[in-house]
Design a protein around this ligand. Sequence first.
Ligand SMILES: [Zn+2]
Length: 171
Amino acid sequence: MPPTAHSSTGPGSSTGPDSLAADSLHIACPHCDTLNRVPPARLGGGKCGRCGNALFEGKPVALDARRFAAHAEKSDLPLLIDFWAEWCGPCRMMAPVFAQAAAQLEPRVRLAKIDTEASPDLAGRFGIRSIPSLVLVHHGREIARTAGAMPLPSLVAWVRQQIPSPPRGEG
Ligand SMILES: [Zn+2]
């Protein structure tokens, strides 16, 4: 279990949900994977309570099996994963587009890259049969996927179609 950084009150061991906790989102740090609580109004800013790096930098995070759960399962942000490989020409063409998409889509969505050569287990878990493949997950569940490279406007529009309204109050 990775530690959870609490930026607010003291060493309480509160286990039940409270209104403040319910409002805040758990955001995995792109550097150390610590889950930080971020109020929705401050989404997009803030620094990690553990390592001090910015929680949003507008660029994809390189994930492997060790880092996967924090971002794909425990974070409250949808995660768009680019499955790629070094030998894949379309993947290399896709890389700068994906990086620009991260700048446009954060903080609504976190973007991640998974090297299918380095993490064949993750590629197998998602049944990746061709690359590049883009898979959108939220709380560990797949929401949508698409295969093949696409231009930036199409990619951004596709992601925005898949995710619900901004993470504010329910209802
Ligand atoms: Zn951190």
